[in-house]
Design a protein around this ligand. Structure first.
Ligand code: BEZ
Length: 278
């Protein structure tokens, strides 16, 4: 799931006292995202539920060896395994690795930019994970090495413009606390042109690559989304400031992303692609 924040352990700190004291945290260690398997299972299940199109593009076949890169809690890995494909998961969050292993899956606790495989897989699959891996050249090189000649990568990730309204609102609100939310989130949302260049530079032949706007209903609302998917940055705040920051962000976003019936929709933009190793 995540692939950064190794420089610090956010689980050790309920909140960052420097930020809470109003000191700027820009330029300090990236905190990144803290993954909580139970919260994710409750509030983030829609991520796997919406992966039907990219799984269709993968078209897994029985007996194929497939690596699920950034497998998270393994919900989608398990679903693909039901097709008869031989699945291996990889994730760098210990919490997610143990949740995925609890499903009986074979999962490696490994960073996406240090994949240890050599021509082992017919396909590498990834859903909603590559945007947590800003060291994209190293990730792509590792994927290339992991594939057998003729193998493919099929993936979907946040693309250019992803959750722009949410990011802008959070950036504005957290600036008041001296926090550069974008720098700390350190997400990677490339355009198709950018990612194509990276894939081709690594030796891949791109079969398809496109941005797909996908307005995404948030059944648990914006407050839950922020506390599930932006807890790395929100953990920098003392509890009272955190509640204030979340409330202000939700208020800013209400006219944009909440409809007249109170339903929230996030402005997701996916980058979906398929590329082959020659
Ligand atoms: C995404 O899938 O694009 C995403 C999910 C959570 C936070 C940020 C982006």
């Amino acid at each position: 799931m995540k692939d950064r924040a190794e420089a610090s352990d956010p689980a050790d700190a309920e909140f960052n006292t420097d930020a809470a004291a109003g000191e700027p945290v820009i330029g300090r260690a990236v905190i990144g995202q803290r993954w909580d398997a139970a919260a994710y299972a409750e509030k983030g299940r829609f991520v796997a539920d919406l992966a039907g199109d990219v799984v269709e593009l993968l078209a897994p076949r029985a007996g194929e060896a497939i690596l699920d890169l950034g497998c998270g809690d393994g919900a989608l890995t398990e679903r693909i395994a039901a097709t008869g494909a031989m699945m291996t998961g990889a994730d760098s969050s210990a919490a997610m690795v143990s949740a995925a292993r609890a499903r009986g899956l074979n999962v490696l606790d490994v960073s996406g930019d240090a994949l240890p495989f050599d021509r082992e897989f017919d396909a590498v699959f990834s859903n909603a994970a590559l945007h947590w891996m800003p060291n994209a050249e190293a990730v792509i090189a590792g994927v290339y090495r992991a594939l057998k000649p003729g193998g493919r990568i099929v993936a979907e990730m946040g693309g250019h413009g992803n959750i722009a309204a949410i990011r802008t609102a959070l950036q504005a609100v957290l600036a008041q606390f001296g926090i550069d939310a974008e720098a700390i989130a350190a997400s990677f949302y490339p355009s198709p042109e950018h990612y194509r260049r990276l894939l081709e530079a690594a030796g891949f032949t791109v079969r398809s690559i496109a941005l797909i706007p996908r307005p995404t209903p948030l059944p648990h609302g914006m407050d839950a989304w922020l506390n599930t998917f932006r807890n790395g940055v929100l953990d920098l705040l003392a509890p009272a400031d955190r509640a204030k920051a979340v409330a202000e962000t939700v208020a800013l976003l209400t006219p944009m992303l909440r409809d007249a019936d109170g339903n929230w929709t996030a402005d997701y933009v996916r980058l979906r692609f398929s590329a082959a190793r020659d």
